[in-house]
Design a binder for this molecule. Structure first.
Ligand code: IMP
Length: 429
């Protein structure tokens, strides 16, 4: 088993948690490397549904070590609740199987206040964030006024950092957003308790991961969000604030590119997007509503309706180039049963011209039109197929068209939420 990065190849919500849960059986360590509790991974085991926001999806597998890397941003209250809930549900989450980087940055109450305050006042320039404080915490990290886990677990350091940074943030909250400033003592008291509770899990994660690779252990790097929400390569400014691309696995854990072997991209058999921003293959009306209902396309984190569209091979081709995607795991193919015609977006047209490259300019992107390849749909319920040969011809043609239009081979196709509803097309692990 190689060291592999698993990323979302679209705008998030591709079903990464489900695939990571599956592959994690074959690895020793699962490491999350970016994002925070803006993510929501839903995993179905038997009749049970588990939603994870902070913890790597591998935490549900016995005998595996789960790691939260330095590139992740942590809301300590949410993380501690998640650990408690998981334990109550009978899963193990202790200092033996959960390791948190002491270099990760902490989401503080003022980050959430600023995120929500801005979204309320932004009007037309609203991003549609999850309101979890993600943008403001990464902003503080880059502005060198962040609070790291190593500060959180040391009350003196926390007090000093908070003294240094809170006045500035409070000024912003009161003068720019017109809201009440936050109280220093209250934050210090509450967050030093969180620090004490999290202390047992913290360590130098980069050393742990590098030593483990040297010992011959293998690692699955688990991305959150998706390639098109990446801060550098996504549909900026309608993106998240971290490196959701495969490159983020290196900067977000401290493991070098030379120690990573392959990248698995997860893509839904159609496309969804939450929040604002251009979405060229978006559809509307009854077809969209049907896709949303059949696919259960409502956010695991915020409950918002997801915007739905056809599979965008042009965007995946771009994501594949940026991320070096070796294989795609395609999820939710079963949702497309019953559609008379199914489209694949193979290119974008801008002002009458078919583009050869994915645009970097948001204004241009928002004016692009999709170029579709239309395929026949199928009516059969495919959710119980045990082999790709059991799929209707039209479904197999759809899979072939996806491979052809993206230029990336398929590793697996999932046909439902439970662990066994998956077909493997290539043996790569
Ligand atoms: P933020 O990450 O909360 O700042 O939100 C920025 C954008 O990324 C918004 O459009 C969110 O809806 C989107 N986003 C953030 N996390 C996820 C995710 O896990 N799945 C899908 N969209 C996400």
């Amino acid at each position: 088993m190689p060291n592999v990065v698993v990323i979302g190849a679209q705008w998030g919500d591709e079903g990464k948690g489900r695939i990571v849960d599956l592959i994690s059986e074959k690895v020793d360590i699962i490491a999350r490397y970016q994002g925070g509790n803006n993510a929501g991974h839903t995993i179905v085991i038997g009749d049970e549904k588990v939603v994870l926001h902070h913890l790597p999806s591998g935490i549900l597998r016995e005998g595996k070590v789960s790691v939260i890397g330095n590139g992740v941003v942590i809301d300590p209250k949410v993380l501690l609740e998640e650990i408690r809930d998981l334990r109550a549900a009978g899963y193990k989450a202790d200092c033996d199987n959960l390791k948190i980087s002491d270099r990760a940055h902490v989401i503080m109450p003022y980050h959430k206040e600023i995120d929500k305050g801005r979204e309320e006042s932004n009007g037309n320039t609203k991003i549609g964030t999850t309101g979890r404080g993600i943008g403001p915490v990464y902003e503080d990290k880059a502005a060198r006024r962040g609070i790291k886990v190593s500060d959180l677990i040391d009350t003196d350091a926390l007090s000093q950092r908070l003294k240094d940074v809170l006045p500035d943030r409070n000024l912003y909250i009161s003068k720019v957003l017109g809201k009440e400033p936050l109280n220093f003592e209250n934050i210090l008291e509450q967050y030093s308790i969180y620090g004490k509770e999290l202390m047992e899990f913290t360590c130098d994660v980069s050393k742990l991961l590098n030593d483990s690779i040297t010992e011959g252990k293998n690692i699955l790097f688990e991305g959150a969000q998706g390639a098109l929400l990446d801060i550098d390569f996504g549909t900026y400014p309608y993106v998240t604030s971290s490196s959701a691309s495969s490159g983020g696995a290196c900067t977000g854990t401290g493991v070098s590119p030379t120690r990573i072997d392959s990248v698995l991209g997860i893509a839904k058999a159609y496309t969804t997007r939450v929040g604002e921003g251009p979405f060229t293959s978006e559809i509307s009306g009854d077809t969209e509503q049907r896709l949303r209902e059949l696919g259960g396309e409502y956010g695991a984190t915020t409950g918002r309706s997801r915007r739905c569209g056809w599979f965008d091979a042009f965007a995946i081709k771009y994501a594949s180039m940026i991320n070096g995607i070796s294989y795609i795991a395609l999820t939710k193919l079963d949702v497309l049963s019953g559609f008379e015609k199914i489209n694949i977006c193979t290119a974008y047209r801008y002002k009458g011209q078919v583009l050869s490259d994915y645009p970097s300019n948001n204004h241009m992107l928002s004016e692009c039109e999709p170029v579709y390849k239309e395929l026949e749909g199928w009516n059969e319920d495919i959710s119980c197929a045990k082999d790709v040969t059991e799929l209707p011809t039209q479904a197999r043609r759809y899979l072939d068209a996806i491979e052809e239009s993206t230029g990336v081979p398929l590793y697996a196709v999932s046909l439902g939420a439970s662990r066994e509803k998956i077909l493997f097309l290539n043996e790569i692990f």
